[in-house]
Design a protein around this ligand. Structure first.
Ligand code: ADP
Length: 432
């Protein structure tokens, strides 16, 4: 108990005892006690009401000095009150700083609650997507930004994915949108202007496509002459080897141009149509028959669900299989085995090519689908690899909303798994 509380209790007891004493003098002890108790109560009620009035008016003159319980209460109250005011001012300053820094950010940020209603947003969102901080507060984001891809992103719980949408306020501008978890039950929608990046990517794609296209005609002429020379029985013997080398190099250049043009085409076309059901089991068995004839080739086996069909572009899926299978053959010794598998997996479907060959060091795996990436440049060149095969596979799969998963262990073989989503598959056991 504090000093002032002890004094308060002692004074009260003494006061009540005095009341009882006065009552005793008059032969009315209880009445004396009761009267003094009522006076003490009345005094405390009066103090309470004064304190209440002081709280409302801010005039604490009655309580400012002294050691009474009420004066102590006041100083405690004033101390807490001033601390709260200081804290509030600190939070306000912090909030202003946070707002200033988020407003200085070139990226747009929108805080959404669990119902996708706007809690707050920074200034950049206004310029990028036309949101108004005060007017749009409390509105559902999908009532303001109605792009279907963005709506699906915001409503879905996928925090890894991002979508690119045209800006609703600036013609020709593109926005990259991403959602990340934020606070309890909230989300942060981050919007970034990626127009320059997309423009550069398009310039690069166009340049590669145009350059490949332009190089093709002269190369066809050169290859034609080199082929004729190579087939000429009267070619002087000292020219036979150089002409053979010219022929194989021009074939290689042709292959590079073909693959570059294919890659540009895949990159610049959207999602593949899904009105064609591909018989993947048949496609795998055709691929096996084609490659089986190769001398020194590893043993190829096919395990496929015949009823399971893939919705997409036949030529592109063929190219995926041929690229993966020719890679596997190139990296698997003749006594090894390659398994081509096509199977349903919980509604989705997986096309996999698994070999028992060289395997790949883990540090190379993330780079395999980059253009012109080859693990062993010298060896791949001799074996005819250009380093575009897996890039083509990746882009063909992207067009089919599929992903490529690569697992490998050096010395123990590799597995390339193409995972197709359920909407690209028919005839799986889940449909029956
Ligand atoms: P390339 O035309 O050189 O085959 P890819 O893009 O198809 O180009 O493959 C890139 C690199 O990945 C290859 O150079 C090779 O080193 C490695 N690779 C691809 N498939 C396999 C495999 N099945 N086993 C081992 N390494 C592989």
């Amino acid at each position: 108990m504090s000093e002032s509380a002890r004094k308060f209790v002692i004074n009260l007891v003494l006061f009540l005892l005095a009341g009882a004493g006065v009552g005793w003098l008059y032969g009315q002890t209880q009445w004396g006690l009761l009267t003094f108790a009522l006076v003490a109560l009345g005094w405390q009620v009066w103090q309470l009401l004064s304190f209440d009035r002081a709280l409302r008016t801010g005039n604490f003159d009655n309580f400012r000095v002294g050691e009474s319980l009420w004066a102590q209460l006041f100083s405690r109250f004033r101390f807490e009150h001033e601390r709260a005011v200081r804290r509030k001012a600190g939070y306000r300053r912090l909030l202003r700083e946070v707002r200033k820094s988020t407003d200085a950010m070139p990226d747009g940020a929108v805080i959404l609650d669990a119902n996708n209603e706007i809690v707050s947003c920074n200034r950049a969102v206004g310029e990028l997507a036309g949101l108004k901080r005060k007017k749009d507060k409390g509105q559902r984001i999908d009532n303001i930004l109605r792009n279907p891809e963005l709506v699906a992103l915001v409503n879905g719980g996928d925090f890894e994915r991002s979508v690119e949408i045209p800006s609703p306020v600036q013609d020709g501008h593109w926005l990259n949108c991403r959602v990340v978890p934020y606070g309890a039950d909230q989300k942060l929608l981050i919007i970034r202007d990626v127009t320059d990046r997309l423009r550069l990517a398009k310039m690069r794609r166009d340049f590669v496509a145009n350059a490949s296209h332009e190089l093709r005609s002269p190369l066809t002429v050169i290859s034609g002459y080199v082929d004729s020379l190579a087939d000429d029985d009267e070619l002087p013997s000292q020219w036979v080897k150089p002409v053979q080398q010219m022929r194989s190099q021009s074939q290689r250049m042709n292959q590079i141009l073909r693959e570059l043009m294919e890659l540009s085409r895949l990159e610049s076309s959207g999602v593949a149509a899904n009105d064609n059901a591909i018989d993947v089991a048949q496609l795998l068995s055709d691929a096996k028959n084609t490659f089986d004839g190769q001398a020194d080739g590893a043993n190829i086996i096919v395990e496929a669900e015949p009823r399971l069909k893939l919705l997409g572009n036949q030529a592109e899926i063929e190219s995926v299989v041929v690229n993966l299978l020719s890679n596997a053959l190139r990296h698997t010794p003749p006594d090894g085995q390659i398994c081509l598998r096509w199977q349903s997996d919980d509604g989705a479907a997986i096309l996999s090519v698994k070999d028992t060959g060289d395997g790949i060091q883990p540090e190379h795996i993330p780079h395999l689908t980059e253009r012109f990436f080859r693990v062993d440049r010298g060896r791949s060149r001799d074996a005819g690899g250009v380093g575009l095969g897996l890039a083509i596979v990746k882009h063909a799969l992207l067009r089919h909303e599929a992903t490529l998963e690569i697992s490998s262990e050096p010395g123990n073989g590799s597995e390339f798994r193409c995972v197709f989503p359920a909407n690209r598959v028919t005839g799986s056991s889940a449909d029956l």
